[in-house]
Write a protein that binds this ligand. Structure first.
Ligand SMILES: Cc1ncc(C[n+]2csc(CCOP(=O)(O)OP(=O)(O)O)c2C)c(N)n1
Length: 532
């Protein structure tokens, strides 16, 4: 016989899940009793930050990642971050404490009386085991559910008296030993026929999405684009949580607009569009129009059955993106189509007072080492950053695909913990910082050397832009005067300063990025949407 606690930690250890992100309460302490030396615990001061850090860690490490939340109110605080983790396809195994079994029915204090229902829409599986001895198997099942495609969060509520209970050694050994893999190859016949369509198309194009990076299909996607001379677009920015194609590559054409009509128009002239690892498509504003140009076909390659099913047009092959792209690459000949013209980088505006966000991003582009990683949540300058940096290495870009603010600041801490040898720069709007502000404390407490670059424009610029496009006038609540992020970060223990001109910004970036400590640079920028 072994205890539920020992069995659970053996299971986590066997799966490489030795970093736990949490915020404890009385209902979680029994799980943490005698916390094993070979496990790390990363404390977040509020649950949205706990889940956000774990989300970044899971994506940047590619491993299922353990989260431990406080019962109902802690889970409630985390729900927005779970929504983001689901959109990011982050394999989180989220546990939460629960009252002892003997007092759930009488609803003693801190009972989560409907533990399964609160996270339900945002997780792949939500569960409370019927008996204490089922906890290890439930946790094993949660790990498999989270890592099978499409990856995503799962949730297990665990009554606090379960951890001491005994479980059968043989049952635990089976649960730990099982391996479950979901990397499926596509029907070879479908791949052959798609290869033929591609080779015979007059003017085909490719659209790359986040699962290219997540599945490790990067090199195969580049090789396919080169062999078939395909122009390549990035999937629309709101849903493109990761970059799926090197944006400095000569075949790269830019990022598709996130609305039906303009996106359809952008693909004008193409007779076949192949999408890799993206939904079709992560639209946001409703601008109707033809889904595709006249005469164009679309084929989506996705490992997510729901993405395939809900697409409003085109065919889909549901299979692992890397394996399918490799199979397609093998099956197509070298094309003699004209190679696309390189796009080049837009020229950033010259120094102004305050600086334009594009100028700030151009300076970041110069300061960022080749292996640098950007975590981005600066809504009105998302496109300016993409265009100024043209990031071109796998695993270099993380963005909250769900659109819920609070992802960026916390995820950057998790990304850096998972990638300690790569410099991480977290680019934030000053408004967005506030949704996960306590992540500064975790960065300082664990000496996580993220460079935070905060763009201060004293307003919710993106919402002013949306107000214009939605013909809304006189909306309140769009101004943010006197929000001093540098002082706030300093209060949490992060070395912080405010810079004015371009030279000062360049020199502070050059100092902060390699410093090996968390540091923050706040820079005043002109308000408004920055696209290039
Ligand atoms: C959790 C959450 N609450 C509210 C919003 C709505 N929202 C989208 S962008 C934005 C403003 C962000 O401001 P800031 O970070 O300063 O960036 P800017 O728009 O100025 O570039 C808000 C409030 C959201 N996306 N997520």
């Amino acid at each position: 016989m072994t205890t539920v606690r020992d069995a659970a930690f053996d299971l986590f250890r066997a799966r490489g899940m030795t970093t736990m992100f949490g915020n404890p309460g009385s209902t979680e302490l029994p799980m943490l009793h005698g916390y094993p030396d070979d496990f790390e615990y990363v404390l977040g001061l509020q649950e949205a930050v706990v889940v956000g850090m774990a989300d970044g860690y899971a994506q940047a490490s590619g491993k299922p990642t353990l989260v431990n939340l406080h019962t109902a109110p802690g889970v409630g605080n985390a729900v927005g971050a779970m929504f983001n983790a689901q959109a990011n396809k982050s394999p989180l195994v989220i546990t939460a404490g629960q009252q002892v079994r003997a007092m759930i029915t009488l609803q003693a204090n801190l009972t989560d009386r409907d533990a399964l229902r609160v996270p339900e829409p945002f997780v792949k599986w939500s569960y409370e085991p019927p008996r204490a001895e089922d906890v290890p198997l439930a946790l094993a099942r949660a790990v498999h559910v989270s890592t099978l495609p499409p990856k995503g969060p799962s949730f297990v509520s665990i009554p606090m008296d379960d951890w001491k209970a005994d479980v059968d050694d043989g049952d635990v050994a089976h649960a730990i030993a099982r391996s479950v893999s979901g990397r499926a190859t596509a029907d070879p016949e479908l791949v052959r026929s798609l290869a033929e369509r591609l080779a015979n198309a007059k003017n085909p194009a490719m659209v790359a999405g986040p699962d290219v990076d997540a599945s490790g299909a990067w090199d195969a996607a580049v090789a396919l684009a080169e062999r078939q001379r395909l122009p390549v677009w990035a999937t629309p920015a709101p849903g493109g949580g990761r970059i799926g194609f090197p944006e400095g590559h000569p075949n790269f054409r830019g990022t598709l607009p996130p609305a039906i009509g303009p996106l359809g128009q952008m693909l004008e002239g193409h007779d076949l569009v192949i999408t890799l690892g993206t939904s079709v498509f992560p639209y946001y504003p409703y601008i109707p129009g033809p889904l595709l140009p006249e005469g164009a076909d679309l084929v989506a390659i996705t490992s997510d059955p729901d993405e395939a099913a809900r697409a409003p047009m085109g065919d889909a092959i549901v299979a692992d993106v890397k394996l399918t792209t490799e199979a397609l690459l093998e099956a197509v000949p070298e094309s003699d189509r004209q190679a696309p013209e390189p796009l080049g980088k837009p020229q950033a505006p010259p120094e102004s007072d305050p600086l334009s966000p594009s100028t700030v991003h151009a300076a970041l582009g110069q300061a960022l080492p080749d292996d640098g990683i950007v975590v981005l949540e600066s809504p009105s300058s998302t496109m300016a950053l993409r265009n100024q940096l043209r990031l071109s290495r796998p695993g270099s870009y993380f963005f909250g695909a769900g659109g819920g603010l609070g992802f960026g600041l916390s995820a950057a801490v998790g990304v850096q913990l998972a990638q300690p040898d790569r410099p991480v720069v977290c680019v934030m709007g000053e408004g967005s910082v506030q949704y996960a502000v306590t992540a500064f404390w975790s960065a300082a407490a664990y000496k996580v050397p993220v460079t935070f670059l905060v763009l201060r424009n004293e307003e919710y610029s993106i919402l002013k832009w949306f107000a214009e496009t939605e013909q809304v006038t006189g909306a309140p609540g769009l101004h943010l005067p006197d929000l001093n992020t540098a002082e706030i970060a300093a209060g949490y223990g992060v070395k912080a300063r405010t810079v004015g001109g371009l030279d000062e910004l360049r020199s502070e970036l050059a100092t902060a990025i390699p410093s090996g400590e968390p540091e923050l640079i706040e820079v005043g920028v002109e308000p408004g949407m920055a696209l290039f």
